[in-house]
Write a protein of this length. Structure first.
Length: 224
């Protein structure tokens, strides 16, 4: 019996620090924006990520490494009394295209010529172009949401604003889990998006990740 207890204690001593490592001060992001070089190197395509490389965490579908660290980040946020909810996560190429068409529809502009004698206006050409409204939006295939390494956070009621406690918590803690707020999205800029965060990788190797598998063979959750 004493041998069995000793083995269990040893296993716990080895396993627990591995689980707790992500989020420790020794961890930090590799990049100050979404890390995608490894995905490109492995042959993945933006918006066409293989289902085997995606995992779902609390309704948020992300690339598996980003999903793993997100699960730990959300757990620590809850322990600190902070509510964080995923509004937007992975976006397929079709979803990116649909969002781009809504935000930047094609409009027609008439190019007119004025007769200097009569002052009459005549349409000589119709020019087509896109007219965008709202926050900036990436062209289809260029959004980091398409790599599954970007997320739009909310506080349970709406997307985050610069004055939210949840936003302040992310500024203080997200980098320990590899999550960064890209420079273009920072508060005070014309392009600010306090809700948009990206996974920039980690300076240490991730602990072992074990996904569950649905009946269709698709990874869909994390075993913690």
């Amino acid at each position: 019996m004493s041998k069995l207890v000793g083995v269990l204690v040893l296993c716990l001593a080895v396993a627990l620090p591995v689980h707790a490592a992500v989020g420790d001060p020794s961890y930090g992001p590799v990049s100050d924006e979404a890390l995608v070089d490894d995905l490109i190197r492995d042959g993945y395509r933006n918006g066409r990520m293989a289902s085997t490389r995606l995992l779902e965490v609390e309704g948020c579908l992300l690339e598996r490494d980003a999903a793993y660290t997100l699960s730990l980040l959300l757990e620590e946020a809850r322990e600190d009394g902070i509510t964080l909810v995923a509004h937007e996560c992975y976006r397929s190429l079709d979803a990116q295209q649909a969002a781009y068409e809504r935000r930047c529809p094609v409009v027609e502009e008439e190019i007119k010529k004025i007769d200097p004698v009569t002052g009459e206006e005549t349409v000589v050409k119709v020019k087509k172009g896109r007219s965008c409204s709202g926050p900036p939006i990436a062209r289809p295939g260029r959004s980091n949401h398409g790599w599954g390494r970007a997320i739009d956070f909310g506080n349970g009621r709406r997307v985050l604003s610069c004055g939210d406690a949840a936003f302040a918590w992310l500024q203080e803690n997200a980098s320990r889990f590899g999550w960064v707020h890209p420079s273009w999205a920072r508060c005070g800029r014309s392009t600010q998006e306090p809700w948009h965060w990206e996974w920039g990788g980690l300076t240490e190797d991730l602990p072992l990740l074990t996904p569950t598998v649905s009946e269709q063979g698709r990874p869909n959750a994390l075993i913690r």
